[in-house]
Design a protein around this ligand. Structure first.
Ligand code: AMP
Length: 458
């Protein structure tokens, strides 16, 4: 199948050719003709499958067909509205819309929170046909009467499940009700969870279901590696892995905002160029960090799940889960940042004993065995020191004086008797993963992996 056979407008087709796309992806081949017919679509597609173009190209084609060439802003009401859960995704979808609509004369814009609302108003007053927005800021504009949705014909909910997870359900229902002239609704979600189906029943008209990937499945072009490691040693293991894998570009996911900042700080201290993004950072620094990362100016981006959905970093080779996400679906989204558009990628997860529940949840969701393979020198229960930086500060070491009461002290004492650098270098096995221990036939349960080595009583 070719793009030319799909019935797209010539202007849109030209933009596609300029992008260098040769053949439509599976979701594009299935969704584009249905959307062009004006039908509602309930789409489930893996991240990185070309989903954004799958809805943007036919929307633009439909709008171009009835485009108004008057210069008056009043003749350019919002005709297509695309909602996304996060600001980063809104920016990215908008960049796609701008690229694909370049030669069409259509006007598009993006609005999201975290930046001055007043600065967004002049562009809106110019009149725009395609608006990309996050739900909260969109409603703020509606309240201020800087946006009117009464002429919206096509409404798109991108990453709808995430929007529901983020508590946007009432906002979304409000927005649906404000689009009084809505003729077509497109809902894209990673999964067809019951709440999504409920929403579609409530607001969609006989939607065509398009599912190009199995529900909740992980992208097959991503190689997944999981390593058991105690929490206290994750920092050193992360630095070790970045070095031995020679990761030129990696997103490291943490669970909390504080954790994200801490890991970023530690990595900077260890000499890596690194930035953190999470919900507490102002939008300008989030955008700057992401732009620098995408341009290859920084090596490591440490992020909360704010970056897990939809972000498209061309050819990102590595993703590291410093901590497993609480919700197993987020694991699929996080690792989907790599291995996009047919490229291959590696997703590495550091799994601490207390993360057993999340680990089991991910295995259950993906319905596959995911063996925990120790990294030499970092196996749980061992104290071999690989990196000088693991050594606790002198003050901390002195502080723990009672070896019988403090578990940490034993380790610190052993650290004090650290072998010489030459001895350590001789015993280290930096080549990864070629020297990994042989996989057991049946992967042991996570708990067993974290048992300290048995001592011989005799
Ligand atoms: P998305 O899933 O929409 O985030 O798209 C993932 C990546 O695939 C983006 O970098 C797109 O530019 C790229 N892409 C989309 N459609 C195609 C296509 N038909 N051929 C090659 N790359 C594509």
């Amino acid at each position: 199948m070719t793009f030319a056979s799909l019935g797209l407008a010539p202007e849109v087709l030209k933009a596609v050719v300029e992008q260098g796309y040769e053949t439509p992806t599976a979701i594009q081949a299935e969704a584009i003709p249905v959307i062009l017919e004006g039908k509602d679509v309930l789409g489930a597609a893996q991240t990185g499958t070309g989903k954004t173009a799958a809805f943007t190209l036919p929307i633009l084609t439909r709008i171009i067909r009835h485009a108004n060439h008057s210069a008056s802003p009043a003749r350019h009401p919002i005709r297509a509205l695309i909602l996304t859960p996060t600001r980063e995704l809104a920016d990215q979808v908008y960049a796609n819309v701008a690229t694909y609509s370049k030669g069409s004369g259509l006007r598009s814009h993006v609005v999201y929170g975290g930046v001055d609302i007043k600065a967004q108003i002049p562009a809106l007053r110019e009149g725009i046909e395609v608006l990309v927005a996050t739900p909260g800021r969109l409603l703020d504009h509606i309240q201020q009467k800087s946006i009117n949705l009464s002429q919206v014909e096509i409404l798109v909910l991108d990453e709808a499940d995430r929007m529901l997870d983020m508590g946007f359900i009432l906002d979304i229902q409000n927005i649906f009700n404000l689009c009084t002239n809505r003729k077509q609704t497109l809902l894209f979600s990673a999964t067809f969870a019951p709440e999504i189906l409920k929403l579609s029943k409530q607001f969609m008209h006989e939607p065509v279901k398009i599912e190009v990937a199995r529900k909740n499945s992980a992208n097959e072009s991503v190689k997944q590696e999981l390593h058991p490691v105690e929490t206290a040693r994750k920092r050193a293991l992360l630095a070790h892995l970045i070095r031995v894998h020679q990761m030129t570009q990696v997103i490291v996911f943490c669970r909390t905002k504080i954790g994200t900042d801490q890991v970023a700080r530690d990595l900077k201290r260890a000499g890596f160029s690194c930035e953190a993004i999470h919900g507490d950072r102002d939008q300008r620094s989030r955008t700057e960090a992401l732009t620098k990362f995408k341009a290859g100016e920084i090596q490591v981006l440490v992020a909360t799940d704010v970056a897990a959905r939809g972000l498209d970093v061309t050819d990102l080779p590595f993703v590291v889960n410093y901590e497993l996400p609480t919700t197993p679906e987020d694991y699929v989204h996080r690792i989907g940042r790599t291995g996009r558009a047919g490229a291959t990628g590696v997703a590495i997860s550091l799994v601490a004993p207390e993360e057993g529940k999340s680990y089991e949840g991910i295995k259950k969701l993906l319905n596959r065995e995911m063996p925990l393979i120790p990294v030499h020198g970092f196996s749980p229960g061992t104290i071999q020191v690989i990196d000088e930086r693991e050594r606790p500060p002198r003050a901390e070491r002195r502080h723990h004086t009672d070896p019988t009461t403090d578990k940490g002290v034993k380790e610190y004492k052993q650290l004090e008797r650290m072998p010489s650098r030459a001895q350590r270098e001789a015993s280290e096995v930096p080549a990864f993963p070629s020297n990994l221990p042989k996989l057991p036939k049946r992967p042991p349960q996570i708990a067993a992996l974290f048992q300290p080595p048995q001592r011989n009583k005799s």
